[in-house]
Write a protein that binds this ligand. Structure first.
Ligand code: SF4
Ligand code: SF4
Ligand code: SF4
Length: 301
């Protein structure tokens, strides 16, 4: 990946020198080998800190939200999942394409810094520990879908086994078993909202969960309010989730949020599809639940 890092640096440096961007969004190395952090370079000199390696796991597209009201022209590095996030932002009118210079990198799969940290800090360090990020196991689109320049060799989808296998296992349960399953999982949610903060599709300016008048959902982390939080968030993600897995990756109590997201992805695909959010950008295109057609299926209501 050193070669890709050098290519990214060359591109970013040139963009600054030609005054085509005001900042460039990539990663920099932290004090630990297993930690690469999102990094905003603001000058050609700062470009030297940029790195792209096997721990560049974050979906950077979410970071663009903090600049949505500005005029800065931004260079950004995107993997497959990040690029689908860019499509999400463009479709949601949160950003305009002309403010972005997109450096796409075909993604060979990323490692999970938390798994690496655990391995490093345990009593027994395993030399060949499996550190692959869980989100990469189910990746259908490792190659960027929108870019100005593309780096690296195109990668095959990384799906291992049948898509939606875990969702189908949950679907096979009785309604009572399913309720008990999710009640158990969601009871441990501490309502830290890390899943919301990491999500590129959670881009409302005022989040319903931050409102106090009216207060739609109690702030307390109890099972019923937790379930309400997750039901509402999941319904807001329907047809919009770009399957980047960041919400589940950042959850400190390991709630299997992708089960909920993938159930919705599967249902939207079967009712309105074939459809996967963010796989291509067409100006003016909308996700299925953001438009109305008279023949929309409704027998599931
Ligand atoms: S989800 Fe896909 S594109 Fe994203 S980091 Fe994993 S393999 Fe790469
Ligand atoms: S990140 Fe996990 S614990 Fe925090 S609100 Fe989301 S599901 Fe709950
Ligand atoms: S809900 Fe999760 S998987 Fe879907 S876009 Fe948001 S962070 Fe990514």
């Amino acid at each position: 990946m050193r070669e890709i890092t050098n290519q990214i640096k060359d591109i970013a440096r040139k963009l600054f020198e030609e005054k085509k961007i005001d900042m460039f969004l990539a990663w920099e190395k932290s004090e630990f080998d297993f930690q690469s952090m999102p990094f905003f370079a603001r000058s050609a000199e700062e470009v030297e800190k940029i790195i792209f390696d096997e721990f560049s796991v974050h979906n950077l597209s979410n970071a663009l939200l903090r600049f949505r009201d500005g005029k800065q022209r931004i260079g950004i590095v995107v993997k497959g999942c990040d690029s689908r996030g860019i499509v999400r932002l463009l479709e949601d009118h949160q950003f305009t394409r002309d403010r972005l210079y997109i450096v796409g990198v075909c993604c060979p799969g990323m490692k999970d810094p938390l798994k690496a940290f655990r391995n490093e800090s345990g009593f027994e360090k395993t030399a060949n520990a499996d550190l692959e990020a869980d989100k990469c196991n189910d990746c259908i689109q490792p190659n960027p879908v929108i870019y100005d320049v593309l780096l690296g060799e195109e990668q095959p989808p990384r799906m291992q086994g049948e898509r939606f296998k875990k969702v189908k296992e949950i679907e096979a349960m009785t309604p009572d078993e399913r309720y008990a399953f999710f009640e158990d999982k969601l009871s441990t949610c501490i309502r830290c909202y890390a899943c919301r903060q990491a999500c590129v599709a959670c881009n409302c300016r005022t989040c319903i969960f931050d409102e106090s008048r009216p207060q739609w959902v109690g702030r307390e982390a109890n099972t019923s309010d937790n379930m309400m939080y997750h039901i509402i968030r999941a319904s807001h993600m329907t047809g919009r989730c770009i399957e980047c897995g960041e919400c589940e990756r950042v959850c400190p109590v390991h709630i299997p949020l992708m089960l909920l997201n993938q159930k919705l992805i599967k249902d939207v695909d079967s009712f309105f599809g074939p459809f996967d959010a963010g796989l291509k950008y067409e100006e003016g295109a909308k996700p299925p639940l953001s438009q109305y057609r008279e023949n929309d299926p409704d027998d599931f209501l």
